[in-house]
Design a protein around this ligand. Structure first.
Ligand SMILES: [Fe+2]
Length: 146
């Protein structure tokens, strides 16, 4: 159970840092397609933000406490912070890579939840994997060269 708790905290922290990154790209994106990507990033960060609270409540349902500081979240996340303002193409590539990493983190957490017969949590994680798969599809499609 301790392993499941830790994997859920890691998945939460990775989700949270992805949310922060996408929201900052929504603010900082520039270029001739500004509005399109400003809106796309908004759609993604709003969807991901909607998962933050239920994610944390799943940790509490396991009887564990949530990380209480940015420092702890930063120790647990599995995606890299972005400290610069990348150009549009770099933003999309980075979010695509992060989306793939998040799906791997969620799958590990899902397998641990199934092993502990925590089906409520595994259902939630399956939905999160699917949501990130959809974000990856949108991001991938938007940089495809035709
Ligand atoms: Fe906004």
């Amino acid at each position: 159970m301790e392993k499941l708790v830790q994997l859920t905290r890691i998945a939460f922290s990775t989700t949270f840092s992805f949310y922060v990154k996408v929201h900052s790209f929504h603010w900082n994106v520039e270029g001739s397609d500004f509005y399109q990507y400003h809106k796309l990033f908004q759609e993604i960060y709003e969807e991901v933000y909607g998962a933050i609270d239920p994610f944390a409540e799943n940790v509490r349902k396991l009887g564990a406490y949530m990380p209480t500081s940015y420092h702890t979240l930063n120790m647990l996340t599995r995606i890299e912070d972005e400290n610069q303002v990348p150009n549009l193409e770099q933003m999309i590539q980075e979010l695509l890579l992060d989306s793939e990493k998040i799906q791997i983190v969620l799958k590990k957490n899902y397998d641990a939840a199934e092993a502990e017969i925590e089906h409520g949590l595994s259902n939630f994680l399956a939905e999160r994997m699917d949501a990130h798969k959809k974000h990856a599809w949108f991001l991938r499609s938007s940089i495809k060269r035709l």
